[in-house]
Design a protein around this ligand. Structure first.
Ligand SMILES: *[C@@H]1O[C@H](CO)[C@@H](O)[C@H](O)[C@H]1NC(C)=O
Ligand SMILES: *[C@@H]1O[C@H](CO)[C@@H](O)[C@H](O)[C@H]1NC(C)=O
Ligand SMILES: *[C@@H]1O[C@H](CO)[C@@H](O)[C@H](O)[C@H]1NC(C)=O
Ligand SMILES: *[C@@H]1O[C@H](CO)[C@@H](O)[C@H](O)[C@H]1NC(C)=O
Length: 218
């Protein structure tokens, strides 16, 4: 059917809406954030604070960017090395994984009050906070993971590491996106990440240092 002038007008008039809507990304079908599928993130807005999102434009590329980031040497450097005093990054980097780290990242993106929450509100959705017990389980796992075996064990008693753990713990109690209760219908980490060892992560390969609660990838 030929495009009539009425159609053209219609197409032109919806363009601004379409451009705006592109930035609000519904996480439907996400495998990295499956417990957040009803909620939105503003990928363009978040990009300014999260360079790792630069190639994310839709759900598959978002999933790929997130799972690559959490496993990257960049993330190791800015978090495990700078904040938790783990050993200097190396070419054959082992990137530790704290239980629920992906879930916590999903939460921070969805609960971003400047960019993402307005997207969800605009669609009449109000994402519940992460359950506080999930946040606490994440910090327990960070504590454990950064104190057992390579690449972290040697420097575990630094002031920096203590400060990071205590800041993370206090966020679980006082940040409204992380301190959720069952009454609020909080999101449980086990719903988002039922298994410790999914995706590209390899479990149980480095001797006997694997315990419930964390995993490492070679
Ligand atoms: C984005 O894609 C370009 C081109 O493939 C690549 O060079 C770059 O490293 C990617 N950026 C991120 C953050 O993955
Ligand atoms: C770090 O905290 C532990 C207790 O959790 C304490 O024993 C240790 O002295 C602290 N280290 C530094 C450098 O503050
Ligand atoms: C980390 O674990 C140590 C040893 O179990 C404990 O003393 C410390 O309080 C923990 N730190 C946090 C922030 O939970
Ligand atoms: C969560 O943190 C906010 C802000 O600090 C606070 O107002 C709220 O009472 C806390 N919620 C719970 C359940 O502790």
């Amino acid at each position: 059917m030929p495009i009539s002038s009425t159609h053209l007008l219609f197409i032109i008039s919806i363009i601004p809406v379409a451009v705006f809507a592109q930035s609000c990304l519904l996480l439907s079908g996400s495998f990295a954030c499956p417990a957040f599928q009803q909620y939105y993130i503003d990928v363009e807005g978040l990009r300014a604070k999260n360079a790792w999102l630069s190639n994310a434009t839709d759900v598959p590329s978002f999933d790929q960017a997130l799972t690559q980031y959490i496993d990257s040497t960049d993330y190791y450097r800015i978090f495990w090395y700078d904040k938790l005093s783990c050993n200097a990054p190396s070419a054959s980097q082992v990137v530790p994984y704290a239980r629920y780290a992906i879930t916590k990242l999903c939460t921070e993106l969805v609960q971003d009050s400047q960019f993402s929450l307005p997207c969800s509100f605009q669609h009449n959705m109000n994402p519940p906070p992460l359950c506080r017990e999930t946040c606490d389980a994440y910090v327990d796992s960070l504590n454990l993971t950064s104190s057992m075996g390579e690449p972290c064990v040697a420097n575990m008693a630094t002031i920096q590491r203590n400060q990071t753990l205590s800041d993370q713990r206090s966020d679980c109690g006082s940040w409204p996106g992380l301190n959720g209760t069952t009454d609020q219908g909080c999101i449980r980490g086990s719903l988002n990440e039922p298994s410790n060892c999914h995706g590209s992560f390899i479990c149980g390969e480095i001797g006997n240092i694997f315990m419930d609660g964390f995993r490492m990838k070679k």
